[in-house]
Design a protein. Structure first.
Length: 123
């Protein structure tokens, strides 16, 4: 069975469903972050969202065949998508991201977003 990416014992390659629901789900066209990613007043992902984003970074590291991805938010928030991309790049994943694209001007009010990565290129 595939690994459950829930931030617990995720380097062993074995499923660990009994330890919590998945934080990241790898699909055919997307990588979806299950919990809503929330941001602090400075615009950075808050402490509670760090585990989900760290798990997302690990999934990307374990899947180098996902050569190009784009961070997308279901709510129009280029600023939030950029903050998430920058955090993933700081974890050693630079060069794998496409630009986020345009967003509406109301993005600064968005405190929490649903995040997924569109898989644009795969080996």
């Amino acid at each position: 069975e595939p690994e459950t990416f829930n931030g617990i014992d995720d380097d062993d390659g074995c499923p660990d469903l009994e330890k919590g629901p998945p934080l990241v789900v790898l699909g055919e066209a997307t990588l979806e972050v299950k919990p809503v990613v929330r941001f602090d007043r400075a615009g950075d992902p808050d402490k509670a969202s760090q585990l989900a984003l760290t798990t997302l970074a690990r999934v990307l590291m374990l899947h180098p065949e996902l050569r190009k991805v784009r961070v997308q938010t279901r709510e129009p928030s280029k600023k939030r998508a950029t903050a998430i991309r920058l955090q993933l790049e700081a974890a050693g994943l630079s060069g794998r991201f496409a630009p986020e694209g345009d967003a509406e001007a109301s993005e600064e009010r968005t405190r929490g977003v649903h995040v997924e990565l569109a898989i644009l290129e795969r080996d």
